[in-house]
Design a protein around this ligand. Structure first.
Ligand SMILES: Nc1ncnc2c1ncn2[C@@H]1O[C@H](COP(=O)(O)OP(=O)(O)OP(=O)(O)O)[C@@H](O)[C@H]1O
Ligand SMILES: [Mg+2]
Length: 370
């Protein structure tokens, strides 16, 4: 009890030297900020003064506070590290600021924002410590809520991403399956045509079947390119033209026909890939079939470019040009070309290449890019 008496005495002394009329003392007594003064020269640095706000904040009556070290505010959840930080600063007679969990007399915890500062005399000795406390529980609650909400949303995003990845995987698998079946079906049609062609004795009919087979192969090339790319919505026209030309020349076994590509990279809608692929196949097949007869060597130039809002394709050969013995009846190839052109809103121009033949196809880009 001796120590507490000393603390009380010191408090009373402080009171007396800062009696009524001292505006600083009055301010400390009546401020809403909880404040304490401790005496480090007494054993265990006891509280010698506590204002009304401190009593209100902690729920401890003043007589239970004076003479005790502040640690009675600590409890089971108080951070040891924060306490150590305070203790070390006090021992070193330095200012310290900590936020720590304290407990009221009724046991209710609250977040306390504590600032402690030594009060030194002329010789530099710490004669008092001044401490202010501020309840920041609401602020801490909000902080806690924010982190909980953030964690919740992060988990939601992760879960949703996983779902979408799963859905994408399923979609990709389906797409591969459809692609696989389409290729199989095209192959099946090709085999049917081949079997049929073998049984047909009439030369003309056999040629018709063979030409149809080639058209199916062109569709196969379109299909191959469509699903080779990551993006299945669009179709790389220049890649297709290269692919098709390579295939046709290889299939014809013509090492004496050169190709020259003047191709801009042009993406067209996947849904327009088949008609445009077939159209180019017809024109290119014609060049291969009709321009370089009697082992005439030569060169085919394949160009594709954007021109304003038009797509322009040019297929030029330096072969024999329009032949005198060209069929005077309407051929299937020409009908097919015209039908496809109409479908694509394309215009076709055939001109003399001197030598050879030049076919120019122009179509509005918006009819192939949507
Ligand atoms: N690049 C070319 N060089 C020379 N003649 C060509 C060329 N392209 C087309 N022709 C001529 O135009 C004709 C018509 O071509 P079209 O594609 O309509 O018929 P086809 O190729 O003879 O038969 P198919 O119906 O199998 O296509 C050809 O028979 C050929 O005489
Ligand atoms: Mg033809």
């Amino acid at each position: 009890m001796n120590a507490r008496d000393d603390a009380r005495k010191m408090g009373a002394w402080l009171d007396s030297v800062h009696a009524k009329g001292d505006p600083f003392a009055a301010a400390i007594r009546s401020t809403r900020m909880s404040m304490l003064i401790t005496d480090p020269r007494q054993p265990d640095n006891p509280i010698v003064f506590a204002n009304d706000a401190f009593v209100h904040l902690t729920g401890f009556p003043r007589e239970e506070v004076i003479g005790r070290n502040c640690r009675f505010l600590q409890g089971p959840e108080t951070s040891r590290a924060s306490v150590r930080k305070m203790r070390e600063a006090i021992a070193a007679r330095e200012d310290v600021f900590v936020e720590l969990l304290n407990y009221r007399k009724d046991g209710e915890p609250f977040w306390n924002s504590v600032f402690i500062s030594p009060v030194k005399d002329e010789s530099g000795e710490a004669v008092f410590f001044f401490a202010s406390q501020f309840n920041i529980s609401r602020h801490k609650d909000r902080e806690h809520r924010l982190t909980t909400d953030k964690n919740y949303f992060e988990e939601e995003v992760l879960a949703r991403t996983a779902e979408l990845e799963q859905a994408l995987k399923a979609k990709t698998m389906l797409l591969h399956e459809v692609d696989h079946r389409t290729k199989n079906n095209l192959q099946l049609i090709n085999s049917l045509l081949m079997l049929q062609a073998r049984r047909v004795t009439d030369e003309a009919s056999r040629n018709v079947l063979r030409a149809t087979q080639e058209r199916i192969e062109a569709l196969g090339a379109v299909q191959r390119l469509l699903y080779q790319e990551h993006n299945v919505d669009t179709f790389d026209l220049s890649a297709f033209i290269r692919d098709l030309a390579g295939n046709l020349i290889a299939a014809g076994g013509r090492t004496d026909i050169e190709t020259e590509f003047q191709l801009e990279s042009i993406e067209i809608s996947a849904s327009r890939a088949a008609p445009i692929g077939l159209l180019i196949n017809e024109v290119l097949t014609n060049a291969m079939k009709h321009a370089f007869v009697n082992e005439r060597p030569g060169r085919i130039v394949l160009a594709a470019r954007r021109d304003g809002d038009e797509l322009r394709i040019k297929i030029a050969d330096d072969g024999v040009g329009v032949r005198k013995d060209a069929p005077d009846h309407r051929t299937f190839g020409t009908t097919l070309i015209e039908t496809l052109a109409r479908q694509l809103r394309a215009t076709l121009k055939r001109s003399d290449g001197n030598p050879g033949m030049v076919i120019e196809i122009a179509m509005p880009l918006d009819s192939v890019s949507k």
